[in-house]
Design a protein around this ligand. Structure first.
Ligand code: DGL
Length: 271
């Protein structure tokens, strides 16, 4: 039994796809979320910068004495995993749980990966998939504009720009014959209805938010860290820029009004 909160972070709104899944899978857990909205996107930056940002994000979350740190950011998970590995508390990113799910889900051994440029350049998903399924062919595509679509709330299933952008990005994955696609950036599960429509119903989408939340549940159980109280967990959201835009998209994604639970913080203080 451990009542301390779980710290979750991302460059912006994307990590809310993990929070959305955690609310269902781990309803009693308290969550502190940090979205680095003042410095999004991470995916076009150097590994060194991403590492520095991730270390600051974690420093901030550690002020809440979190029992676990969750990088709900594909870019941090794939390029700065060593920052997570060094922590004294349990920590995870999205790479392992999602790669394993994809490796097991594919029936034709062709897997697509949609991610940021940094994630695709890292080859981390490919390496992780091959640990479970060495035969799999992996086709990775960098889809940076999808991050901006989500940050700007262009996420409606009929949004013309979002549909056209997804179509253009996933063409090589579909042409390669992938039957499974990892949504390898946590912003992308938010666009899952569009991606599914464009890819076709037969393609299995791996929702990195869901897979990560299931993995967190497992880590808490194995380490005896679960919050066994019967109350619904509290959730607090922090951002590094103005709260309005974050809240208006978050309210839709999470299905609740988070305005009173969201605050600005100066991330530059955490070095
Ligand atoms: N949500 C992020 C990811 O999973 C980051 C997108 C970005 O900041 O470029 O990669």
């Amino acid at each position: 039994m451990d009542k301390r909160p779980i710290g979750v972070f991302d460059s912006g709104l994307g990590g809310l796809s993990t929070v959305r899944a955690m609310k269902k899978i781990l309803p009693n857990e308290d969550i502190v979320y940090f979205g680095d909205t003042g410095r999004v996107p991470y995916g076009s930056r150097s590994n060194e910068t991403i590492e520095t940002y991730a270390a600051q994000d974690i420093k901030f979350l550690e002020t809440f004495s979190c029992k676990m740190i969750v990088a709900a950011c594909g870019t941090v998970s794939t390029t700065a995993a060593h920052v997570l590995d060094k922590l004294s508390e349990p920590a995870t990113g999205i790479t392992k749980p999602s790669a394993k799910a994809a490796a097991m889900a594919t029936t034709n051994n062709i897997i697509g990966v949609m991610g940021t440029s940094a994630t695709v350049n890292s080859n981390a998903f490919e390496a992780e998939i091959h640990k479970t399924n060495p035969e799999a062919k992996v086709v990775s595509v960098a889809c940076p504009l999808l991050v901006s679509l989500v940050e700007n709330n262009w996420i409606d299933i009929d949004d013309e720009v979002a549909n056209a952008t997804v179509k253009r990005y996933i063409k090589p994955i579909i042409e390669a014959g992938a039957d499974t696609i990892i949504l390898g950036c946590t912003h992308f599960p938010i666009l899952a209805p569009i991606i599914q429509k464009v890819a076709g119903g037969y393609v299995k989408l791996i929702d990195t938010g869901y897979e990560e939340a299931m993995y967190v549940k497992d880590v808490l159980r194995k380490n005896n860290l679960e919050n066994e109280s019967t109350h619904i967990g509290s959730r607090k959201y922090y951002v590094s820029d103005k709260t309005q835009n974050f809240c208006s998209v978050a309210n839709i994604l999470l299905g609740e009004d988070i305005e009173s639970k969201c605050e600005f913080i100066d991330i530059f203080k955490y070095i």
